[in-house]
Ligand binder design. Structure first.
Ligand code: NAI
Length: 250
């Protein structure tokens, strides 16, 4: 039980990686708040988490949130505090893509992705961090991407946000480290979730051929990286960007 008694808030908790992380964290003893825009998927994920361990039903919560709306984010944090009384781990995992080549990218596509993937991470951390700081101990884990490190054709908006997440991670690692809160990022490669399901099969196949492990990542591969960074094992890891991509970046 690597997270016994810990309270974790996972945004994008109804999606592929978020749901899997919730399941793993519940099995490791944490109380888990899944927060997501998608209410239907959120309640389905909540039911799965509630069945993941004997006492899990008392340790899980779903909160509807739009991370791009600061008032909604503030209400999300308040709902988690009202339910569990405190917060130990924030995982800024919600994210979207709106892909287009630069010449065709609309201003809406640009702003939508900035609002969710970049401003959303800022809002969630701004409203949640004071609770971690007040305890003098906590973990913030942000979700970047290989695309934030290397760039990618058709993803100007997404690459900008995921590179920005690395900048915020390192800034907060410096601002919050001496207050007992570590801040790290995970940069996944291509993971088999709804997000990657939008990529044409031919493009996916050529990606897999470039991965030294010759497979896409699974949500559990990222959930385990989040678990490591959230656990006591990572006590001295701060400001790191953990690349989990099967070797695609080498
Ligand atoms: P997903 O699409 O399965 O899950 C994303 C979740 O975020 C969804 O449940 C969605 O409803 C939620 N969400 C979207 N907008 C929201 C908003 N405004 N407020 C609250 N929730 C919102 O995608 P996946 O793969 O699980 O992605 C999780 C994170 O991992 C994202 O940040 C993504 O950018 C990142 N990532 C994913 C990779 C992949 O290959 N799947 C690769 C690199 C990074």
């Amino acid at each position: 039980m690597r997270l016994a008694g810990k309270i974790a808030l996972i945004t994008g908790g109804a999606g592929g990686i978020g749901r899997e992380t919730g399941l793993l964290f519940v099995r490791e003893g944490a109380c888990v708040a899944l927060a997501d825009f998608d209410e239907g998927a959120g309640h389905a994920a909540l039911a799965e988490l509630a069945a993941a361990a004997d006492d899990a039903a008392e340790r899980v919560q779903f909160v509807k949130v739009d991370v791009s709306d600061p008032a909604s984010v503030e209400a999300m944090v308040e709902a988690v505090i009202a339910r569990f009384g405190t917060l130990d781990i924030l995982i800024n995992n919600a994210g979207i893509t709106r892909d287009s080549m630069l010449s065709r990218m609309t201003l809406d596509q640009w702003h939508n992705v900035i609002d969710v993937n970049l401003s959303g991470v800022f809002y969630c951390t701004k409203y949640a961090a004071p609770y971690l700081v007040a305890k003098g101990k906590g973990r913030i884990i942000n979700t970047s991407s290989i695309v934030g490190v290397q760039g990618n054709i058709g993803q100007t908006n997404y690459a900008a946000t995921k590179a920005g997440v690395i900048g915020m991670t390192r800034t907060w690692a410096k601002e919050l480290g001496y207050k007992g809160v570590t801040v790290n990022a995970v940069a996944p490669g291509y993971i088999e979730t709804g997000m990657v399901a939008k990529v044409p099969e031919k493009v996916l196949q050529s990606m897999v051929e470039r991965v030294p492990l010759r497979r896409l990542g699974q949500p559990a591969d990222i959930a385990k990286a989040y678990l490591y960074l959230a656990s006591d094992d990572a006590a001295y890891v701060n400001g790191a960007v953990l690349e989990v991509n099967g070797g695609l970046s080498i």
